[in-house]
Design a protein around this ligand. Structure first.
Ligand code: ATP
Length: 511
């Protein structure tokens, strides 16, 4: 675990050093949980967006995309339930003045017992070697059973208290478990309060409640309120989907772990409208489609797992997360939710407008059911970056930092370099770049030794480097170097576009 956390530190500094991610307004010492994407980061982000948009919209005849405003009529958030229930329980430590999410404090306390069990299992494995029967050990070892009982007891009390909005009960649970503040080490806690995660602001210059509006905490509602507009103008037939990529804002109580949890972030969401009663079929379909989209990238099959929700939100009849093995361990990357007809019905009630579909095959009107796929773009960025970052040993005490990004997502596809700055080599290199730049994002570099220039491109994740040397002037060939194998091959200049195109094309990912 420690090594993985160190890994996160390395990734954060690599991201900054090469212009992927900067702390926001850094010259003023930054703003917590807010980040800026730099020159390479915004390219990588755009490529992830493009992969998602193409896979969802371009590859599905019955899915279209929209771009709704961040500001919405305030009643939207009453209807969606966010005004009343988009809360996290928070608690302050009076000595350190630090604020925590009460549920996270309890979860982390429980994690300690889980780790104790893990350690006991490891000890058992060491002691008994091949004879070790893990299943039997877990079912019979007294230490394990004791810790397991503690976990179950806490889970039950969490359900009883947090599940029912019993904040005093949550406070009592924290006290009973003897949870201390990680900073001050004290149990001097305030009471537990509900904290609404929506940011609000004022519209125009009129004072009073009527002018209070919110920054959207999710993009989904922009889709629901446009359901009829899109269905009618696009002549969409159920089942159909509406996709959207856009910013969302949440005043997260604890926002750490780099771009994993931010206060301003981006979501890529798709709402799929289906016939009532057919939602489970489509839920399974989208679970399968989405995991396929992830695995195609080649970030490692073992880095993904499904986590089915046992406790469902009041509007959902099935929900699962796709978890990714981040440097901090397995955590939610994407959610797939069967949201029933909850949202459209709520909007019907609050707006007084009918949000129904006339199904010509059934000859009836109904409010469609919805399957949602919702992924955080920034979390996806972190998944791609963290699983691609490697320090590779090259022997003889040498190392290289390499980002083995999926080529289709790499910010630059190719770096064009003249071996020296004279003899007409820069001109030849620029000529090559001028033909490639229409199809590929290219970067030109003529500064420093060739080996060092290669290292920089490795660290930026550029799949190919092209070196123009004296022979190039004679026979129109160059060497092309592969980022991952570091092998160089001499090829004709007029073959370059095809060679690069095959490797970096998004088409292979989409097929
Ligand atoms: P978590 O449990 O981690 O707070 P959530 O269950 O509240 O997430 P959803 O409301 O389902 O998340 O949002 C859908 C997706 O949006 C998440 O899977 C995640 O990828 C992304 N997301 C949510 N909150 C944040 C955040 N604060 N920063 C970055 N991405 C986020």
């Amino acid at each position: 675990m420690e090594q993985k956390e160190d890994n996160l530190k390395d990734i954060i500094s690599h991201a900054k050093e090469y212009g992927f991610v900067f702390p926001s307004s850094e010259i003023y010492d930054g703003l917590s949980a807010t980040y800026d994407y730099g020159q390479l980061g915004s390219e990588l982000k755009n490529n992830i967006k493009s992969y998602w948009w193409k896979a969802m919209v371009q590859m599905h005849e019955n899915i279209v995309g929209i771009d709704a405003a961040i500001f919405m009529h305030p009643n939207t958030w009453k209807a969606s339930g966010h005004v009343d229930a988009f809360n996290d329980p928070l608690i302050d430590n009076k000595d350190s003045k630090k604020r925590y999410r009460a549920d996270v404090l309890i979860e982390e306390h429980m994690e300690k017992y889980r780790n104790k069990i893990k350690k006991d299992v490891e000890k058992g494995k060491k002691r008994f070697g091949d004879d070790f029967d893990e299943e039997q050990f877990l079912a019979t070892n007294p230490n394990v059973l004791r810790n397991q009982a503690k976990i179950e007891d806490i889970e039950n009390r969490m359900r009883e208290t947090l599940g029912n909005g019993d904040l005093e009960g949550v406070y009592n649970l924290i006290m009973d478990l003897g949870i201390v503040c990680p900073i001050s080490g004290s149990k001097n806690w305030t009471e537990v309060r509900q904290f609404n995660l929506m940011f609000s602001t004022e519209l125009g210059s009129v004072a009073g409640d009527a002018s209070k509006i919110y920054l959207r905490p999710e993009t989904a509602q922009g889709i629901f309120v446009n359901f009829l507009n899109v269905q009618k103008t696009g002549r969409m037939k159920v089942p159909f989907g509406i996709a959207q990529i856009g910013k969302a804002f949440r005043n997260e109580i604890i926002a750490r772990q780099f771009i994993f949890r931010m206060r301003e972030f981006e979501q890529m969401e798709m709402q799929f409208f289906v016939r009532p009663g057919e939602e489970m079929k489509w839920y399974e379909y989208w679970k399968e489609q989405r995991i396929h989209w992830h695995k195609k990238l080649g970030l490692g099959e073992d880095n993904y797992r499904f986590h089915d929700h046992i406790q469902l939100a009041h509007y959902a009849n099935a929900a699962a997360d796709i978890e990714f093995n981040f440097p901090m361990g397995f955590k939610e990357l994407e959610g797939i939710h069967s949201r029933t007809d909850f949202d459209l019905k709520q909007h019907e009630e609050h707006s007084g407008k009918k949000l129904q579909y006339f199904d010509p095959e059934l000859n009836e009107n109904y409010v469609p059911f919805v399957i949602e796929t919702s992924i955080g773009l920034d979390r996806m960025f972190l998944a791609v970056l963290s699983s691609s970052y490697k320090m590779e040993d090259l022997g003889e005490g040498k190392q290289r930092a390499v980002l083995s990004l999926p080529p289709a997502l790499a910010p630059y596809k190719v770096a064009v370099m003249p071996l020296t700055k004279k003899d007409g080599l820069p001109e030849k290199a620029r000529e090559i770049m001028d033909t490639l730049k229409f199809d590929f994002n290219c970067i030109y570099d003529e500064k420093g030794a060739a080996g060092r220039r290669y290292r920089i491109q490795d660290a930026m994740g550029t799949p190919y480097c092209i070196m123009v040397d004296h022979q190039s002037l004679e026979d129109n060939t160059v060497t092309i170097r592969d980022r991952d194998t570091m092998e160089q091959e001499r090829v004709a200049i007029d073959q370059l576009a095809q060679i690069i195109g095959e490797k970096v094309s998004m088409t292979t990912l989409l097929k």
